[in-house]
Design a protein around this ligand. Structure first.
Ligand code: PGA
Length: 241
């Protein structure tokens, strides 16, 4: 299982220190990985201060180019030098505000994999698609367009329905189970595939989500900023094993 905290554009340097102080006394179970995704300038500190606590670090996006005249972008080479294990690609906020298209996601994921970093590719339907009952077809299509060719192991897909992100609303547990089953089926050729759920996961709804055997963890936004809640979610994942 993977419990991933997407800090988005929140928290500062001091918070890395606060988080370290809290997790110093926290027991990480080696069957459930914990990873955090702070803003780029904090990645180095996060790696330095948290790797002793067995916490993995990841980036929230990266360029689809390796280097060059791309002002403001961040290369996977830097993300790799810092020692990140993961990189989120195609989060819905990146798709919406920064034009991360399916083809960008495929190209960036291919680059990320070439540096031995595991991409966390985000997929998810809008409310309109959900209401039309087109979710499974839409997700399959996103996956076909985003997942790199020739990949045969080590991939994380985060299923994040757009209408569930930051809203406090989650799909029914049956819906989560079904979409995850669909994703696992589509990507059955990939070894070590994890399909994690994201969108309004909190310390109250997480236990029921983790009970679903097609859920391999969670991508957590808002609740990852409250460290107590984040650790409670982690503990709940351990309990399900
Ligand atoms: P949320 O965000 O947990 O605040 O809904 C999840 C995400 O955007 O990854």
């Amino acid at each position: 299982m993977l419990i991933a905290g997407n800090w988005k554009m929140n928290l500062k340097y001091d918070d890395i220190l606060k988080f370290r102080d809290i997790v110093n006394d926290f027991k990480i179970d080696n069957r459930v990985e914990m990873a955090i995704f702070p803003q780029f300038p904090l990645l180095y500190y996060a790696k330095e201060y948290l790797s002793n606590c067995n916490i993995e670090i990841g980036a929230q996006t990266c360029s689809s180019e390796l280097n060059g005249a791309y002002t403001g972008d961040v290369s996977v080479e830097i993300i790799s030098d810092i020692g990140c294990k993961y990189c989120i690609i195609g989060h819905s906020e990146r798709r919406e505000f920064h034009n991360e298209t399916n083809s960008f996601i495929k190209k960036a994921s291919t680059l990320v994999l070439s540096k031995n970093i595991i991409p966390i590719i985000c997929v998810g339907e809008s409310e309109e698609i959900k209401n039309k009952k087109d979710t499974n077809q839409f997700i399959r299509n996103q996956i076909r367009k985003c997942v790199p060719d020739n990949i045969n192991s080590d991939l994380v897909i985060a299923y994040e329905p757009l209408w569930a992100i930051g809203t406090g609303i989650i799909p029914s547990y049956e819906e989560i189970f079904n979409v995850h089953t669909n994703i696992i089926d589509e990507l059955s050729y990939i070894e070590n595939l994890k399909v994690i759920y994201g969108g309004s996961v909190n310390s109250e709804n997480c236990a029921k989500i983790f009970e679903l055997n097609t859920v391999h963890g969670a991508l957590i936004g808002g609740s990852s900023l409250k460290f107590k809640d984040f650790l409670a979610i982690y503990k709940s994942a351990v309990k399900q094993l």
